[in-house]
Ligand binder design. Structure first.
Ligand SMILES: Cc1ncc(COP(=O)(O)O)c(C=O)c1O
Length: 239
């Protein structure tokens, strides 16, 4: 998913959203309801996940009207959504967020099973995914990221033991996407990297594009001295 919050990090949300979708992004992430509405008004029809909190019945009605996909973080919030949607007779796709260590938004990961069971019981809410956010994926020290990953895995195991198979799981921001494929799950939420920005200096070496002149061979494959321009992308191989 392409993260186009904050006017696509200042690059222009509508233009970046269209470009990312044309290039194959499966959906968009924004921070606020207003940002989501702006994309819908620009006639963008792709799934739009609201990363920020929305709580009031008025917000729920707007989210339903524009068919945006909210993040649900607490049982109380889930109840407000379900009650308001019952009045509208409209079902919404929702994403359930677990707090695995970011301590900003999300249900404590230890309570994942009870939380997901509650949401599944409520009418008019369709669970689209379960996700969490990493606080320090860009750090050289992977300790906190590994702990968060482990907690996410334990939360998923809780769900599986209750017979719940979430349709989609996601955890990675740009730094995690560049760091370890084990963090990729079913989709990644990429912001910084989408704009050509490296989340941290030590991640710079991860991708190395290289172009060469027409007629030059690539690597040691001397039989490759074709008249074409070569464009190589060097990627690390994970053990
Ligand atoms: C929940 C969530 N996921 C993904 C991202 C994208 O992060 P990055 O720009 O580091 O890729 C953000 C950015 O704020 C976020 O809040």
């Amino acid at each position: 998913m392409a993260v186009v919050k904050a006017d696509a990090y200042g690059h222009g949300a509508t233009m970046v959203a269209r470009t990312a979708l044309d290039a194959g992004a499966g959906g968009l992430c924004v921070a606020t309801l207003q940002e989501g509405i702006q994309l819908r008004e620009a006639e963008i029809e792709a799934p739009i996940l609201l990363l920020g909190a929305t709580n009031t019945p008025e917000q729920v009605r707007a989210i339903a009207h524009w068919q945006l996909q909210p993040t649900i973080c607490t049982p109380q919030q889930a109840l407000v959504f379900s009650e308001t949607l019952s009045g509208l007779k409209k079902t919404l796709s929702v994403h359930l967020k677990l707090d695995t260590g970011m301590s900003r938004l999300g249900m404590p990961w230890q309570e994942a099973r009870q939380f997901v069971e509650l949401v599944k019981r409520l009418p008019y809410l369709e669970m689209k995914s379960v996700y969490s956010h990493l606080a320090t994926a860009d750090s050289l020290d992977p300790t906190v990221m590994r702990l968060q990953h482990q907690r996410f895995e334990e939360a998923i195991a809780q769900l599986h033991s209750a017979g719940i198979e979430p349709p989609c799981l996601h955890l990675a921001n740009s730094a995690a996407t560049l760091t370890d494929p084990a963090l990729h799950y079913d989709l990644v939420r990429v912001g910084l990297a989408l704009y050509g920005l490296y989340p941290a200096e030590h991640l710079r070496s991860v991708i190395r594009p290289q172009a060469s002149d027409a007629g030059e061979s690539a690597g040691d494959a001397s039989e490759n001295d074709s008249p074409w321009y070569w464009c190589q992308l060097w990627l690390p191989i994970y053990r």
